[in-house]
Every structure is written in structure tokens, then in C-alpha cells.
Ligand binder design. Structure first.
Ligand code: AMP
Length: 392
């Protein structure tokens, strides 16, 4: 049963991080109230919500309290405890459901679901033993990438194998009780892209323009929009994301990360069933932001246009970048310069640590080149801009 959740209603958010915060800021404009559940007091989303329930994510009593205070429940991260997700689905209104979560929590399930949508993933094999791994390395060739099926993020739980000799050590390192492994062919990609698609419970769907993503140490560094790939590639990437959203029956957002290996070779790498770091540029650069779109989608309101208003480059602010950014702001760094306007977002996390996502800056400009030059000249992200392409 689908229903429309109108402004004035309360949205409960499992997870109190920056994605929830930006969702709450966007939803507040439309008159929604937010309540969030997160174990850290004064969490980024809690700071901008009507209330925060401070409890562990797998605390069922706390999840019930969230359900009691909300008309609709959403989540802002995918490692939601599956028991809590199922309980909430039964006892309250969770339009995103728990099925998509279940699918995206496991790389093998995710790959199979993408294939069922008629969309290509990098060739892969399930690995359950060292012999499986050796057979799979034989079949897929080297280099290849061994990944744990669950729990990996930002490059954790994966090893690139350059030769068969490295298989034994990689297997020993990653395998363990209850660990499923997958071996993927290494894709010598030209660019990494992502497309965020939205779908309502009634089946209306829309996709945002493709972002070109640059990772450093497996963490997103830049999103460049429009992506510097041929128009046909952008169109195909969009089609792929919409096929995935439709086939998986998404309600809300799904971020589809892809590799472009030249020509018309596009492979899906990963899905995220929520707003995504590579979609932050939509706040300033699109008619509708990914966060507003997510709220519209879960509330079953008509989706907003995803039209790109301006080129933009988003750069992440990690722990090590925060202090230099504040000093830059102190020196007038937020002033528009040379046609580039920096828009600063800081997430309000109490503790800054190296590699922790503390904020981002979106550079709005007539073209992506001056925006990239701004980042280089800021001197905060030294040496990172040039590192594009796959890391072997
Ligand atoms: P993942 O955790 O799957 O998102 O992988 C993290 C990063 O590792 C990706 O963004 C890629 O830059 C790189 N990577 C992962 N899988 C592959 C692959 N099959 N071929 C080439 N690079 C990969």
C-alpha cells in the first residue's frame, strides 16, 4: 500500500550523520519535522532535527520509539541492523523497505540483482576456498580484485592481486568464519561515474546528471559535473541507473557507481540505497537536490526536475583539510573569484580525525576547469587532483 506523507508530518531517520543532516535541512524547507536515532549525542543530523534519540542502531526499543514519533521512517546509511529494519517495516511505515538494504549489504547479492536488471557488472566469481580463488584468478586473469562481500567501505576489505602468487596471502588476510569473498576482474577504467536515481513508491522515476568521481585512497575526493565523458556515455549511465531503480523496486534514492572503460563499456561497481556523497553537488547545481528528491520520493510526492543549472565540482573536506579550510575562510576564501563561487558545507562533527568526512565544498562555475583550478590554488588538497584513473 502506498501513501502520501504530507508536509507537517515527521520523518524518522535511522542514522544521524551528514546525509541525514542534509536531508533534514532540505525537508525542513518543505515543512517536515525530523527525529533521528544515533548513538552519538548531538550528531550532525540531531543538531538540525526536532529531537534525537541517543541509542545504538540495533536497540529495538529505541527503534520503536523512533517509529512512534514518526509518520515515515528512512535510513541514511546501509549497514542498518537487518532485524531492526524488518521490525520497523512490520510495525511502522518504511517505504524503502528492507529488501533493497538486504541486497546492497552483500556484494554478491547486489551483483546478481544488477545483472537481473539487465545491467553489466565487472566479471566476477564467488570465492569460498583457496582453490576457488586460484580457479577464479585463472579465469579472470590478473590484475584482479579480491573483496569481502560484506562490511567493506572506502576500500576496506579488498586487495588487488597482481599475480597468482599473491592469492594465498590475500585469501588468508580476508577470509574467516562467516566471510564471503568475491573476486572481480580489474577494470582498467578511464573514469569512475555515478548516477543517482530516485523512484517513488508509485513508480515515478528520475535520474540526476552523471558525476565523474575521483577517489584518493579509496575515499571520494572530487565529483565533477558534467562528467567529462561523451554524451552517449552519460545517457547510457543514466539508462543503467534507471533500469536498476526500476528492477529493484527502489523507493527513495539509489546511487549507482560505475566504471567507464572507454567506448560504450560501462560496468556497475556498487549501489548505495540512500543519498550519496557524489550527489552533494545537486544542492547548488540542480533544480532539485538529491536530499529534497529523497524526501519527495519517500513521501510519494511528485519528483522534482533534476536539470543541471550550472557546472560544479564538489571536493570533500576530510579531517586533515578542515583546519586549513577554516584558515582559508578567515582570509576571505569564501568570496567568489574568477567566476568561481565556493559553497561551504561543514557537518558539525565534534571530533575531527584524519580521513573522516567533516564537510565538503561545492565550486559553482561556468566551466569545471576554473573550479578545478580553485581547488588546486587553495593549497588544501595538495597533490590529490592529478591522481585519476585506477589504482593498481
Ligand atoms: P569499492 O569498495 O568496490 O567501491 O571499491 C573502491 C575503489 O576501488 C573503487 O572506487 C575503484 O577505484 C577501485 N576498484 C574497485 N573495484 C575495482 C575493479 N574491479 N577494477 C578497478 N578498480 C576497482
Amino acid at each position: 500500500m502506498t501513501k502520501v506523507v504530507l508536509p507537517g508530518s515527521t520523518i524518522g531517520v535511522l542514522g544521524g550523520g551528514q546525509l541525514g543532516r542534509m536531508m533534514a535541512l532540505a525537508g525542513a524547507h518543505m515543512g517536515y519535522r525530523f527525529v533521528t536515532l544515533d548513538p552519538t549525542p548531538d550528531a550532525p543530523c540531531g543538531q538540525v532535527s526536532a529531537a534525537q534519540i541517543v541509542a545504538a542502531y540495533d536497540d529495538r526499543a529505541a527503534a520503536r520509539e523512533l517509529a512512534r514519533s514518526a509518520d515515515v521512517i528512512t535510513y541514511e546509511f546501509e549497514n542498518v541492523d537487518s532485524g531492526v529494519a524488518r521490525m520497523l517495516e512490520q510495525e511502522s511505515y518504511v517505504p524503502q523497505g528492507s529488501r533493497l538494504l538486504h541486497t546492497t549489504q552483500h556484494r554478491l547479492r547486489e551483483k546478481r540483482a544488477v545483472e537481473e536488471a539487465g545491467v553489466r557488472v565487472a566479471p566476477y566469481r564467488q570465492v569460498e576456498s583457496e582453490k576457488d580463488l586460484l580457479d577464479a584468478v585463472d579465469l579472470l586473469g590478473t590484475p584482479c580484485v579480491l573483496k569481502t562481500a560484506t562490511g567493506g567501505y572506502d576500500g576496506k576489505g579488498q586487495r588487488v592481486l597482481h599475480s597468482e602468487d599473491e592469492a594465498e596471502a590475500a585469501f588468508a588476510e580476508l577470509f574467516g568464519p562467516g566471510v564471503d569473498l568475491v573476486l572481480e576482474k580489474f577494470i582498467d577504467f578511464e573514469k569512475e561515474l555515478s548516477v543517482i536515481a530516485a523512484r517513488t513508491p508509485d513508480g515515478e522515476a528520475a535520474a540526476f546528471p552523471a558525476a565523474e568521481n575521483v577517489h584518493v585512497d579509496n575515499i571520494l575526493h572530487l565529483s565533477i559535473v558534467p562528467a567529462r565523458v561523451p554524451q552517449e556515455v552519460q545517457e547510457k549511465a543514466t539508462e543503467m541507473a534507471l533500469s536498476v531503480a526500476e528492477s529493484l523496486g527502489v523507493a527513495g534514492l539509489v546511487a549507482v557507481e560505475m566504471f567507464w572503460a572507454g567506448g560504450d563499456e560501462l560496468y556497475v561497481n556498487e549501489l548505495a540505497p540512500r543519498p550519496h556523497n557524489s550527489g552533494h553537488y545537486t544542492i547548488e547545481a540542480c533544480v532539485t537536490s538529491q536530499f529534497e528528491q529523497h524526501v519527495r520520493a519517500i513521501c510519494n510526492l511528485p519528483l522534482g526536475p533534476t536539470t543541471l543549472l550550472t557546472p560544479a565540482v564538489m571536493v570533500n573536506v576530510l579531517g586533515e583539510h578542515l583546519e586549513p579550510l577554516i584558515r582559508l575562510i578567515e582570509k576571505g576564501g569564501m568570496r567568489s573569484r574568477g567566476g568561481v563561487t565556493p559553497k561551504v558545507h561543514i557537518y558539525g562533527k565534534a571530533e575531527s580525525r584524519p580521513k573522516r568526512k567533516m564537510g565538503h565544498v561545492t565550486l559553482v562555475a561556468d566551466d569545471v576547469d576554473p573550479a578545478l583550478a580553485w581547488i588546486e590554488e587553495a593549497g588544501i588538497w595538495e597533490g590529490q587532483v592529478a591522481k585519476t584513473g585506477p589504482v593498481r
